[in-house]
Design a protein. Structure first.
Length: 569
């Protein structure tokens, strides 16, 4: 009976690995290896850098404005200054705006280096033949200025100088539909959230009631360099509301018309998320807004929100304050900006475990000052927390090892009587008070912790480009010399050798093959994750050695025996 249980357990484990690998392949945009799904069409990349200039904005639910109210282009607008790019920079951001609509069309994060080109900063927003990622705003509801309206750039400083705390960039539109829009971008020292003040002036002779839209437009491609990795994180729009909390939206769901988000809310944000970095439009809490996701053009998608400006009498003006976040997914900063924004750092379904693990890892880093040693310290604390559970498991293994000679002798003696063999085996287990499944419990318990820590290390931008020692200069990338994966594989095999050899030859094979199969994946995992697992293995070996010695069962290495019989000679 025990052999059947162990065999079933190994079959389930192996099948789970197959399913996990298959889903992993599909998640990375590759074809499924074992269970292929029908092919779906992929939208081509935009042909020109100006593809989003024809983007229109959907109407707010229940509002008077409609997509048809958005002008088809800048043509027909009163004369304005020639179209130009304006670059403005602080200590953390270098931004380029298009005078056509005052659109943010290029953003560099100066504190973070590109994964492929180490001498260049990370580019988040961009408008080129390779990438389209824009921040756009405008008015709808009556032929008013939009992100396609030619605007005048007001003179002013373009670089934040020493001793200064903020920098402003001002765009003014011509009169359109009896309305003039003034857009003021405000950048602050050390901040990744950019203030955007929209001043709406009624220049006509009748009251107007415009609506303001804020949207992020992006192509549906993965960030550069992520396609070459074996792992992938979510890339796409997200909407947060108090009613439905955090909702991720896949590009393919927008393409197929299956995307669904909470339409109306008075709090929350809309965001565009990718590995390590994100952008988000933020309005003050209590401001009513309607959220939307939509396809703009071939392989171009938008997420945004529309909010009423309110009725404006002739000669009067009203303003709407918004903020555009464009930066790294640092939890403390995100939490301080608006409730729920930290969720753009996606831990998957184990967030409940991942968040406290990250909190503890961050505290350890504050004390140790090195993310690699912080990971080692975190594993040590986890081993202390699981000490009693592991001690029970290793005690069970030690007892199994002690009675293993009796089991082997009995199996050889009753090899032609399988039913009697199982009964005799169960009798020995009862007499010796041994639970043959006792050694599996700590592994089962630690698997969710391992997966949660995997997402912590994979998602934390703080680990990006963080060195440990010597050849490990980036804990978020694979070990360039594969030293850690090799050591991890050897430690896994050593653990297997220290465990009692299963009586059944097939189980004995699986006990040695599975660590090798599992270890192959680690050759391509981030070095920080491999460091975690290697440290966990070494501490487990030390604990098992100590417990076996205390119980009077000298540690011995059970080398693989793949013959037809494992009986003692």
């Amino acid at each position: 009976m025990n052999d059947i249980r162990r065999t079933i357990l190994w079959v389930i484990f192996a099948f789970s690995l197959v399913l996990l690998w298959d889903k992993w392949q599909m998640h990375n945009g590759r074809k499924a290896t074992f269970f292929p799904a029908p092919a779906t069409a992929t939208a081509p990349a935009p042909d020109t850098a100006k593809a989003p200039s024809d983007a229109s904005v959907p109407a707010a639910t229940g509002a008077s404005a409609s997509a048809g109210d958005v002008p088809g282009g800048a043509a027909g607008a009163p004369a304005a200054a020639p179209r130009q790019d304006v670059t403005i920079s602080t200590d953390v951001l270098r931004l380029t705006f298009d005078s056509l609509g005052g659109t943010l069309r290029h953003a560099e994060l100066l504190k973070y280096t590109d994964a492929t080109h180490k001498d260049q900063p990370v580019v988040l927003f961009d408008e080129s033949v390779h990438r389209v990622y824009l921040g756009q705003t405008g008015l709808i509801g009556g032929g008013y200025p939009t992100h396609k309206t030619a605007m005048t750039v007001q003179p002013g400083a373009r670089e934040l100088k020493d001793g200064e705390d903020q920098l402003q960039l001002r765009f003014e539109s011509p009169d359109m539909g009896g309305v003039k829009l003034v857009k003021i971008w405000t950048l602050k020292r050390g901040a990744y959230d950019i203030g955007v003040r929209h001043e709406v002036v009624n220049t006509g002779t009748a009251a107007v009631n415009p609506q303001l839209y804020l949207q992020l437009v992006r192509d549906g491609n993965k960030p550069e360099g992520e396609e070459s990795t074996m792992y992938s994180t979510f890339t796409g729009p997200a909407v947060y509301t108090e009613e439905k909390k955090y909702q991720k939206v896949e590009f393919k769901d927008i393409e197929s018309g299956k995307a669904s988000v909470e339409k109306s809310s008075s709090a929350g944000y809309v965001a565009m998320v990718q590995h390590y970095f994100a952008s988000a439009w933020l309005l003050a809490e209590g401001v009513q807004r309607d959220n939307f996701v939509r396809k703009v053009d071939s392989n171009l998608y938008a997420v945004g929100m529309i909010t009423p400006v309110g009725s404006i009498e002739p000669g009067q003006s009203k303003s709407v304050e918004a903020r555009l976040f464009a930066g790294p997914q640092i939890e403390k900063r995100l939490e301080a900006l608006t409730p729920g924004l930290e969720l753009v750092k996606d831990y998957g379904w184990l967030t409940i475990l991942a968040k406290p693990l990250y909190w503890l890892l961050d505290k350890l880093h504050g004390f140790l000052g090195n993310w690699g040693w912080s990971i080692v310290a975190l594993v040590l604390l986890l081993k202390i927390a699981f000490y009693w559970l592991n001690a029970k498991a290793y005690s069970s293994m030690a007892k199994m090892k002690a009675i293993n000679p009796r089991i082997m002798e009995m199996r050889e003696r009753l090899k032609d009587k399988p039913q009697q063999m199982q009964q005799e085996m169960m009798r020995i287990y009862r007499e010796e008070k041994v639970n043959p499944m006792g050694g599996c419990l700590p592994i089962i318990i630690q698997i969710p912790v391992f997966i949660a820590l995997y997402w912590v290390l994979l998602s934390s931008v703080e680990i990006r480009n963080a060195p440990w020692i010597g050849w490990i200069t980036d804990l978020s990338a694979k070990d360039p010399l594969f030293i850690l994966p090799v050591l991890m594989t050897l430690s896994s095999l050593l653990q297997t050798a220290l465990n009692p050899a299963p009586p059944d030859p097939m189980q004995a094979k699986m006990m040695w093959i599975m660590p090798l199969v599992f270890s192959v994946m680690f050759f391509f995992f981030p070095a920080g994750l491999v460091l975690y697992w290697l440290t966990n293995n070494l501490l487990s070996i030390a604990q098992q050695w100590i417990i076996n010695t205390r119980m009077g069962v000298p540690p011995q290495f059970n080398l693989p025996n793949f013959g037809k019989s494992t009986a003692a000679k």
